[in-house]
Design a protein around this ligand. Structure first.
Ligand SMILES: [Zn+2]
Length: 191
């Protein structure tokens, strides 16, 4: 777990429960696509950054589920990086109690306020094309959650967030999480 896997000249991912994208922007600077489950994931990512002498400029969140934004707070605290999240996902990232509140439909009981459903809050800003690194493209992928997006990098690697699950994951959990089934089917069609 947490090995750095290179997939093209500039694009990598960090092998972890919710994979983290890492893209080299130049010799020194990198950005992340999502930040992993929690503070521990953030610490492991920070170790990879330090070992390579990389500076983290920004985290681009695909959506606001806790396993994708969980490392935000730690990494922003350590590096001062910017954080961007699309549309309503930005509100959830800033106010993570919205996630268990949405799932429960009211004030979430203690069992729903654990790190798998409620990340630590982070200072994220609205994702717009202007915030993207040179050559990046935003790919709208609604369905799994409100305003989920993917990213295409300048060297043509596509990060698809939670659009697809492995057979192992589906076998383990039996059901997937889908917020809007019609939008999800449209997104799969587009993929
Ligand atoms: Zn998700």
């Amino acid at each position: 777990m947490y090995e750095l896997i290179q997939v093209s000249e500039q694009s990598y991912y960090i092998q972890s429960p919710a994979k983290i994208g890492l893209v080299k922007l130049n010799e020194q600077d990198v950005c992340l696509i999502d930040s992993g489950n929690d503070k521990d994931a953030g610490k492991k990512v920070k170790r990879i950054l330090d070992a390579n002498g990389w500076r983290l400029t920004a985290i681009y969140n695909t959506h606001s589920h806790a396993d994708h934004i969980g490392g935000n707070k730690y990494l922003q605290g350590q590096t001062g990086c910017k954080i961007y999240a699309p549309g309503i996902e930005c509100a959830f990232t800033r106010y993570p109690i919205l996630e268990p509140s949405l799932l429960y439909g009211g004030y979430p009981c203690k069992e729903l306020r654990h790190k798998f459903l409620m990340a630590q809050e982070s200072d994220s800003q609205e994702l717009t094309p202007a915030c993207l690194p040179e050559g990046f493209e935003i790919i709208p992928l609604p369905g799994h959650f409100f305003d989920m997006v993917g990213f295409r990098t300048a060297d043509d690697v596509v990060y698809l967030a939670d659009c697809l699950s492995s057979k192992e994951t589906l076998d383990k959990y039996k059901i997937g999480f889908i917020y809007d089934v019609a939008a999800y089917l449209d997104t799969l069609e587009k993929l």
